[in-house]
Design a protein around this ligand. Structure first.
Ligand SMILES: [Zn+2]
Length: 140
């Protein structure tokens, strides 16, 4: 278990406590105070956010690549050839969002509406892309 170093806000004695502790009693002056680990929380949340942004960039690159492919080859089905890029981008974004929501939730933050809406959006996109692919396969 990781240990956090800090000082008592009352007598400024140097203290250390387990990372998951929330309530500390100073052994020197018996002062009780609450602690949180905002730095660690931010790092975890930022990690999820980075994953999410990478997924979005992959998704955006799909539109650029498919535009180039259609323009270059004159083949409208290039959109389908490049579909795996969408699936990879969506999957990465989805994992990022789940990470963000999980991190918020585990830190006692129940305001995960935005993250959950994103997760639902990506799951719906998955289903519609899947249906579109199977539909096209039926024609070809
Ligand atoms: Zn103290």
């Amino acid at each position: 278990m990781d240990v956090v170093f800090g000082t008592c806000p009352d007598c400024e004695t140097n203290l250390k406590w387990p990372q998951d502790a929330t309530f500390i009693r100073c052994p020197n002056c018996k002062h009780e105070f609450q602690v949180s680990n905002p730095i660690q929380r931010t790092q975890l949340y930022q990690k999820g956010k980075r994953i999410f942004v990478i997924g979005l960039l992959i998704l955006i690159s799909y539109f650029g690549l498919s535009a180039i492919a259609i323009f270059g080859s004159g083949d409208g089905l290039a959109i389908l050839y490049l579909m795996p890029i969408v699936l990879v981008g969506s999957t990465v974004s989805l994992f990022g969002l789940i990470y963000m929501a999980y991190d918020k939730f585990s830190n006692g933050d129940r305001m995960v509406v935005g993250e959950l809406a994103g997760i639902v959006f990506f799951v719906v996109s998955f289903v519609s892309v899947y249906q579109m692919l199977t539909g096209f396969n039926g024609i070809v």
